[in-house]
Design a protein around this ligand. Sequence first.
Ligand SMILES: [Ca+2]
Ligand SMILES: [Cu+2]
Length: 396
Amino acid sequence: MLGVVVAGAVAWTRWPRGDSAPPTAATAYVASSTRDVGREDAAASAEPRAEAGTACCTEPPPRFGRSEGGGPPGMVPIPGGEFAMGDAAGDGMAWERPVHTVRVDPFFLDAFEVTNAQFQAFVAATGHRTTAEKPADLADIMRQLPPGTPPPSPDKLRPSSMVFRKTRGPAKLDVPGDWSQWWEYVAGADWRHPSGQDDTIVGKDYLPVVQVSWDDAVAYCRWAGRRLPTEAEWERAARGGEARKRFTWGDGAFDPAKPQANIWQGKFPYENTAADGFEGTAPVGRFPPNGYGLHDMAGNVWEWCSDWYRADTYAKAAAKGVAVDPAGPETSLDPDEPHAPKRVIRGGSYLCTTTYCASFRPSARMKTSPDSATNHQGFRCAASRTAGDASVVVRR
Ligand SMILES: [Ca+2]
Ligand SMILES: [Cu+2]
């Protein structure tokens, strides 16, 4: 991933440099037009392994859509209070530190990632057209690229989105910005066709929706009378009441024999043994809930938060003492790609391994531009305990 690479300055300890997370759409327009690095074809990549049979994706998981703790349907109450936000283990990325004290009000959070069927209902009701389904705007793209970058060829402006492809063999994981080895910009990839034109979501109601931009996620949550969680709320919720733990399930290592989450087993990005049962997305709720009853806060798909991304958000928050319901910085700055404003994404995906990226840790934070969509990125919604979320204005 281009956006994640930092020249020097980062004290890497346990997790290697780099990430399976995607580039922004704007960088994709340029880079994907120039590369042929030998990816596997669409059929071999990123398909849920258990898709045959109705048990996979047409039956809801237990608790799906239930009201809990007096909340709206499908949501669980997250207690307010103070918590230590950030990488207490000291083995994450530099921008996950310093650990600082954050206080949040109680709120509700979707117990599950938003599913294909839920997003379908939203589209049917509103006629919403997702970012990936629209032609790209050349001016928008050029604004997000360093001055002097040559414009992409016109065919790159067709509705397209980013799709993960396994490489045929080992990739150079230590080459900064070389995400294009495993990300391909595919015409016709969108939420109904997650890995490209020939893909389908028919019969996959309970897979998490993917190929949704930040704008699409915000529109869905508004329609549902909800909103995106802030980054602080997301981490508070992901920790499930366990203070300063390395994972959403505590400090124990990931166990492929008793998998705690849908991540990648094997050698990224070319060998996925799918020991956890899923090569691509898993139906929501297939893995044990965390302490608050939330499923898939680790792995499966990345989840959008409402905040703008800055690498120095935590340093600034820590300097102020206790941060109360922080909503993120006023503007975004990613030192790696200063021209591209970015939103925070959380939770990691089925592409995260324990040896590369490891972004399924609750302190892990990544970033991508709000117009970017990929086949490993989705979202879930939050709601305040006080009414009126439908009119909550997300800072833009
Ligand atoms: Ca997996
Ligand atoms: Cu990852």
